[in-house]
Design a protein around this ligand. Structure first.
Ligand code: ASP
Length: 593
């Protein structure tokens, strides 16, 4: 007989009984979700991971002891029952077990429950913080169970696919030394080495490169990473990556491999055929969408209007580094009031625009908020360049380039949402590539690596290293779906002299580079194959595929917005003894317990 893995408490789960089972004696166990009491009849909704089955207890038809036990039950009690499957009088088409119910012959309380602090149903009445504190109760709810089920499927399918593609799963250490992914490290004090610390990995980057040097050819790991970043919405201090690396590859090879992986995840998990991946250079992405992770489910691309708008006496445009238009489809019907509201929207500090200029047809004539400075022909020229039709409205932002691109990109997304063009079930994947190597850090007065310092530069840029390092391009790429950066990677440096050059450009002295990454630079001297890879933000990919915005709903035990675990109450102090063992002193005002 095939083992059904149900154990000794039950013959079936709460989601599987159907009409065909009528007449059978079954044994079920689960949680009491709800009790409806009509005096002489009681119904109990019994819930487990698989569904809900109704129990019916009728006076006269049911043993007195059972009725007594039933009258003492409360929500979330854990019970076991043995009984007969019968046809329901009134069927419930909303649930799969809705045709049947159970007439119990026995009813046993396995565990009592305090009244839960919020309702454990599809929708809960509990606030975020309360549900985080009682996460184990929130996790009983079907939406969270479904999310973790999706995550589980994705984990299994990722492993299966990468194994088939020839990748080998290799674990790398958590107690390491600083890795440079641009955030702060979480550190762990060492007891054995007084005054010294480990760092938790921000990613296994250097290890996976070393594994390529060790000849493992293709590596992957579904791995926890730790980044101590300033609080931003929907970031977790620890998160999971699908981390991958391959030897003897160029960009196209990496793209092909991971298009195959992600397409397969969509197919097996969502039964969805992902469209072909587009490719967009970083420069084009910035120009057309104002950001490097465009949502390409809709158009309304940005239009650069400097040439047509400057030198006509309108100071705001004349003094602007960028004048950018967005053709708002159907926006011609917007009223004055709606335009004012949109103007307020772009002026909010989160968006940071100075104002908003509009151009649209009113009673067959082009009108704008800058009519004084520009002729009708000029306005028509802008509309034409932006591909705005007679029913559309051209919205124009102007100012310093980076800020204006940002504001324009945000406004485009907002308008896309208002028009319902960012459809939840539609997925548009693409690659953004040719990122710059470096970005200038005005505060520190030096360059930072845009991806990380191990990313190789594109070929044939020798003259730029001295002249203009800021315009060097990298062999780096991001996978973007619906405006979400789901993964990023690069072809790495595999020669010591190039790695030294990059460290130098980043302002590392020879000694600093040696101290931090001497091991890697030395390894590069022992026959490093050309290699490259990528890492996916696994939590984010789950959220995207699960149709949700928040990654928290796809992590069993996440931290809250201020990086706290409110269930464990962590971080927290440690005992004086522990502090002492670690040779740590805590300054006045800090917490220890
Ligand atoms: N280690 C990189 C990251 O975490 C990914 C990569 O370059 O493969 O973003």
């Amino acid at each position: 007989m095939r083992h059904n893995f149900l154990g000794m408490y039950r013959t079936h789960n709460c989601g599987e009984l159907r009409k065909e089972n009528i007449g059978q004696k079954v044994q079920l166990a689960g949680w009491v979700q709800r009790i409806r009491d009509k005096g002489s009849i009681k119904w109990i909704d019994l819930r487990d991971k698989f569904g809900i089955t109704q129990l019916i207890l009728e006076e006269g038809k049911c043993d007195g002891n059972i009725l007594k036990t039933a009258s003492e039950l409360g929500r979330e009690y854990v019970i076991q029952t043995e009984g007969e499957v019968v046809e329901r009088y009134s069927k419930n088409p909303d649930i799969q077990t809705g045709d049947i119910e159970i007439r119990p012959n026995t009813l046993k309380v396995l565990s009592v429950s305090k009244t839960p602090p919020f309702t454990i149903e599809e929708e809960s009445d509990g606030g975020e913080e309360l549900r985080m504190k009682y996460r184990y109760l929130d996790l009983r709810r079907p939406p969270l169970q479904n999310n973790l089920q999706l995550r589980h499927k994705m984990l299994q399918e990722t492993r299966r696919a990468l194994d088939e593609f020839g990748f080998m799963e290799i674990e790398t250490p958590f107690l390491i030394k600083s890795t440079p992914e641009g955030a702060r490290d979480y550190v762990v004090p060492s007891r054995l080495h007084e005054g010294e610390f480990y760092a938790l990995p921000q990613s296994p980057q250097t290890f996976k490169q070393l594994l390529m040097i060790s000849g493992y050819d293709k590596y992957f790991q579904i791995v926890r990473c730790f980044r101590d970043e300033d609080l931003r919405a929907d970031r977790q201090p620890e998160f999971t990556q699908i981390d991958c690396e391959m030897s003897f590859v160029e960009i196209r090879d990496v793209m092909d491999t991971f298009e195959a992986l992600v397409s397969r995840l969509f197919k097996t998990v969502l039964d969805l055929e992902l469209p072909a991946f587009e490719q967009l250079s970083y420069a084009d992405s910035m120009r057309r969408f104002g950001n490097d992770r465009p949502d390409t489910r809709f158009g309304m691309e940005l239009c650069h209007l400097n040439d047509l708008t400057q030198g006509k006496g309108f100071k705001v445009f004349d003094n602007a580094e960028a004048v950018i238009g967005i053709p708002f489809t159907g926006g011609g019907s917007y009223s004055r009031k709606q335009i004012d509201a949109l103007t307020d929207w772009v002026k909010r500090p989160q968006i940071g625009a100075m104002g908003l200029v509009y151009v649209k047809y009113v009673d067959g004539e082009l009108k704008s908020s800058v009519d004084k400075f520009f002729s009708k022909e000029e306005l028509a020229g802008w509309m034409e360049k932006a591909e705005a039709g007679p029913d559309d409205m051209l919205l124009i932002l102007a100012g310093e380039k980076a800020r204006t691109l940002f504001a324009a990109s945000e406004l485009r997304l907002e308008l896309g949402s208002r028009l319902g063009l960012r459809k939840p079930g539609e997925f548009k994947p693409l690659w953004v590539y040719d990122f710059p190597m470096f970005e200038w850090d005005e505060e520190e007065k030096r360059f930072n690596a845009i991806h990380h310092p191990f990313t190789s530069p594109k070929d044939n840029q020798e003259q730029l290293w001295e002249k203009d390092p800021g315009s060097l391009l990298a062999n780096a790429y991001d996978m973007v779906i619906n405006g979400v950066e789901v993964g990023g990677g690069s072809i790495r440096i595999h020669r010591r002299d190039m790695q030294e050059l990059v460290f130098k450009a980043l302002g590392f002295s020879k000694e600093e580079a040696e101290e931090k990454f001497g091991f890697l630079m030395e390894a590069l001297e022992y026959g490093a194959p050309p290699h490259g890879g990528i890492a996916f933000g696994f939590d984010r990919l789950c959220a995207l595929m699960g149709g949700a915005d928040s990654i928290r709903d796809f992590i069993a035990f996440p931290k809250n917005n201020s990086a706290r675990d409110v269930m464990l109450n962590s971080p927290s102090g440690i005992s004086p003894k522990q502090l002492d063992e670690l040779s740590l002193e805590i300054s006045q005002g800090s917490k220890s317990s």
